[in-house]
Design a protein around this ligand. Structure first.
Ligand code: ZN
Length: 307
């Protein structure tokens, strides 16, 4: 999930896009985590009731070359459906995940859509396919799941043994639930170490930049050769042992990625509270969990055709 400065990242306004270009974000973060674009893929199927595995997006190539020609919307295979359904059955056992699903649906997200890959804009080469298991398009309310998701879903986390696919699903659903709201509110950015300075968000906690670059490069190399578990272990080992520990290096990319990465881990990583700062855990427990529990009270299984 690269966060290159010329990549169309989540914020719609120019000012907020500029905010993303912190020193670390310029160089990108883990290739193995969710991602957000502002690009509009065309038709997010909004006529279907509830929240489901949606048919392939109908792309308008004149509007979005990357998602239509490079990322290539596709239909779900029976195997794809089975894998997502198994994961969602497992995940909705968590009250907070049920709350996140309700929040995503309230925000206008109608379900998950299948793409071959993620695509980003390379300054020299134009649109290029990028290894990335999931992404969110705010403008068209799309939560995209790619081939990379199914290649990596069974990878087990080295710290708490969760399934990597479960993390991706919760991470992307958190983006849809958050929808650009909570992640940049002052309370969160302060506790997570983000400072808005020189017209952009900058990460203020101490990070060894050279070590970060080495870890990031290693994850790219390992992922490119299919060594997904090793890539993930490098990422997790470095991120959780920083001076200000975070779940993964993706949390260094921007406030919204911090928000999604931390909240997803607080839900599915049974050991998250052992490495995260108590004030970070406390902020979520006080400011996010009650709202999610309230939303979970409105969870109607019939609204979610995912199981
Ligand atoms: Zn993300």
């Amino acid at each position: 999930m690269n966060q290159l400065p010329n990549t169309e990242i989540r914020f719609v306004s120019l000012v907020r896009t500029e905010m993303k270009i912190c020193a670390l974000a310029v160089l990108g973060a883990a290739a193995l985590a969710g991602h957000i674009l502002v690009a509009d893929v065309g038709t997010a199927t909004r006529t279907l009731p509830g929240f489901s595995l949606l048919p392939a997006a109908k792309c308008d190539q004149s509007r979005n070359v990357r998602q239509c020609l490079v990322a290539r919307p596709k239909e779900w295979s029976a195997e794809d459906r089975g894998a997502i359904q198994d994961a969602m059955r497992r995940l909705t056992a968590h009250e907070l995940v049920r709350g996140i699903l309700v929040g995503a649906k309230e925000n206008g997200y109608a379900g998950l859509q299948r793409f071959s890959t993620y695509a980003e804009q390379d300054p020299a080469r134009g649109p290029v396919a990028t290894f990335n298991p999931g992404f969110v398009l705010y403008a068209s309310k799309v939560i995209g799941i790619t081939d990379a998701f199914f290649q990596t879903a069974a990878v087990r986390d080295p710290i708490s043994d969760y399934r990597f696919g479960d993390l991706i699903l919760v991470h992307e659903l958190v983006h849809a639930f958050d929808n650009g709201r909570g992640s940049s509110e002052p309370g969160f950015t302060v506790v997570a170490g983000w400072v808005f300075k020189d017209n952009r968000w900058q990460y203020a906690n101490r990070v060894s930049f050279s070590e970060y670059l080495g870890v990031y490069a290693a994850t790219l190399t390992l992922n490119a050769s299919g060594r997904y578990g090793e890539a993930w272990a490098r990422d997790r080992s470095f991120a959780t042992s920083m001076t200000f520990p975070l779940p993964t290096i993706q949390a260094l990319a921007s406030p919204d990625e911090s928000f999604a990465d931390i909240l997803a881990h607080l839900i599915i990583d049974s050991r998250a509270s052992t490495y995260l700062k108590p004030e970070v855990v406390g902020w979520f427990e006080k400011n996010v969990f009650p709202a999610l529990r309230a939303k979970a009270g409105n969870f109607a299984p019939a609204d979610f055709d995912l199981f």
